[in-house]
Design a protein around this ligand. Sequence first.
Ligand SMILES: [Cu+2]
Length: 122
Amino acid sequence: MLPLSLAARLGSAAALLAVVGVVAGPALGARTHATGTAVTVTATEFHFKLSKTSVPHGSVTFTVVNKGKLPHDFKIGGKKTPLIKPGKSAKLTVTLKKGKAAYLCTVAGHAAAGMKGTLTVK
Ligand SMILES: [Cu+2]
């Protein structure tokens, strides 16, 4: 009886810890720049050039540099940078799952003009 109820309690405690871990994970990842993968993104009219074509799953920090003449942003994994002025840059940390991660510039017309693509996440 005791071992069973103890096991049940441990089980729910482990489940609770797992939930907390999932919630705390991305927040901790965003604060720790030493962990995860770094990708440099160069934005121009109307194209993104990524320093890596595939990344391991997990925390990925994108440093987006606008080398174009128009403001651009960069959206991936449900998050996006602020609008980045020409000559400026912005950082964006997201947690990516295995598969394909689509990215784009959300300025009207830019994605259609070519500012989009997919990143392979292994
Ligand atoms: Cu753009």
